[in-house]
Design a protein around this ligand. Structure first.
Ligand code: NAD
Length: 459
């Protein structure tokens, strides 16, 4: 047996034993996740610094704090979520009762990405254990310090028969995908998402795909200067704030009317300076690019001559530190890589339009994004954006915050993925809601049985 198969035997056995179904086991695992994060906060900061150069405040905001919030919320709600719900039945079946029972799916496989390597591993795990599943977690090999942290601490805190961490890259991912799972929860690229789906199809395993894409931001003509300033602050916060733009829900590009572009660029520059100083490279407030390959990928996007000509701010690259300056591009060619691929880095194209209404057609002519951000006070434009575009979610007048709301589902649509999680949605993602109907023996409705006759048709 390979290491992968061996490590699967215990979670399978643990699930079969039934012990993970009890509310006490689920709560104990949620408490264990809380303790793991609280006791090891400093080590998490260190690992995130090693892998990504993340500042401790950013680590707390995007990883430690997010996981604690999710785990505490699930801990307070899990018993309610598990309770059977009544199903309404038609009178014709009287006397009878209907119930909806949430049952765990079994042994689940969770793939995490490297950009939020702690929260994107533990957040789905919170859903998996809340729903009473056992799980195998594969962190990303591109964040090795965080991956080691998870592999070392999870067995110390959580039920090590039921929860396993397997480290490795694509080869290990591939071996894991050859196994039969009861659910696969994947966070990553659309390219690997396709591989996951193909593998899952062999066993008819349900999948949730949390993928990426290009998230647009529409900036309408806000009349108040203070509103524009706040909007720009939130745009900068979502473009360069989380992991230096290496974020699935970060802003990919901004759509704005041509006449507003100079004001936008001026305010972006001022805000970047106020967040990261004259030399962002020395500020310690921005992450590095995860590795040389991604650095080269971004360099190629930027160094396309037509794209390079559109740089209006930044554009310098520091290979030794894997650092790319916050960069703004005005109207790069729409057929260039930077406008065709997910950027996933600190480069912000601004696309100008004659009329902001055109942004709807612009978005609809591209794959469905994970999020659409729009800054507008125009209620009819808001309704139009919601009803005439398709995306995982829409956030008006702010950025990123939707991710933190437990009562809003998080997930994509079309090329940005499918399935959803967070809060109760995570519990549902890792559960099967079983319909249970119970009938009495009397009265018996004879017209439902043959032999058929005209009278039974009337009935
Ligand atoms: P990736 O698809 O390269 O890797 C994701 C996981 O799949 C990793 O654990 C990796 O080891 C594994 N893997 C890679 N190749 C494999 C193969 N051939 N077979 C089996 N497993 C394989 O993605 P990434 O670089 O980690 O993350 C970047 C992407 O993830 C971006 O597109 C981003 O938008 C997306 N993302 C989405 C979310 C979300 O919540 N929707 C969050 C973060 C990142």
């Amino acid at each position: 047996m390979s290491e992968v198969e061996e490590s699967l035997a215990e979670p399978r056995q643990a699930f079969k034993s039934g012990s993970t179904r009890s509310v006490s086991w689920r709560k104990s695992q949620l408490r264990a996740i809380i303790n793991l994060v609280q006791d090891n906060e400093e080590d998490i900061f260190k690992a995130l610094y090693q892998d990504l150069g993340k500042h401790p405040v950013e680590c707390y905001r995007d990883e430690v704090g997010t996981v604690l919030k999710s785990a505490r919320y699930s801990l307070s709600c899990v018993e309610k979520w598990m309770a059977p719900k009544k199903g309404r039945l038609p009178l014709v079946f009287f006397p009878s009762s209907g119930e909806l029972i949430s049952e765990p799916l079994g042994v689940v496989l969770i793939f995490a990405s490297w950009n939020f390597p702690i929260s994107l591993a533990l957040d789905p795990l919170i859903g998996a254990v809340s729903a009473g599943n056992t799980a195998v977690l594969k962190p990303s090999e591109l964040a090795p310090a965080c991956s080691s942290f998870l592999a070392n601490t999870i067995p110390r805190y959580l039920d090590c028969r039921a929860i396993k961490v397997i480290r490795g890259g694509a080869d290990v991912g591939d071996r894991l995908l050859q196994q039969k799972w009861d659910k696969i929860f994947f966070t990553g690229s659309p390219r690997v998402g396709r591989i996951v789906m193909l593998a899952a199809a062999r066993h008819l395993t349900p999948v949730t795909l949390e993928l990426g894409g290009k998230c647009p931001t529409i900036l309408d003509n806000l009349s108040s200067p203070s509103d524009i300033k706040i909007a720009v602050k939130r745009i900068v916060g979502a473009k360069w704030g989380p992991c230096s733009g290496q974020a699935c829900i970060g802003i990919d590009y901004v759509l704005v009317e041509r006449k507003l572009a100079p004001t936008l660029i001026d305010l972006l520059k001022l805000t970047i300076k106020s967040f990261y100083g004259e030399e962002p490279r020395n500020s310690k407030n921005m992450c590095k690019i995860i590795n040389k390959d991604h650095f080269e990928r971004l360099r190629n996007l930027l160094e396309d001559p037509a794209v390079a000509a559109s740089i209006v701010h930044g554009g310098s690259l520091h290979e030794k530190e894997l650092f790319i300056e916050p960069s703004i591009l005005l109207d790069p060619p729409l057929d260039a890589g930077i406008m065709m691929e997910e950027i996933f880095g600190p480069l912000l194209p601004i696309i100008t339009l004659d009329n902001i209404q055109e942004s709807i057609e612009f978005i609809n002519s591209r794959p469905k994004p994970l999020v659409i951000y729009a800054f507008t006070k125009d209620e009819s434009f808001k309704r139009q954006i919601v009803s005439e575009t398709s995306s995982g979610s829409v956030t008006f007048n702010d950025t990123m915050v939707q991710f933190l709301c437990d009562d809003l589902p998080f997930g994509g649509v079309g090329q940005s993925g499918f399935g959803r999680y967070h809060g109760k949605y995570s519990f549902d993602t890792f559960s099967h809601e079983k319909a249970v109907m119970t009938r009495g023996f009397f009265p018996e409705l004879e017209p439902r049985y043959p032999p058929w006759n005209h009278f039974k048709l009337q009935f």
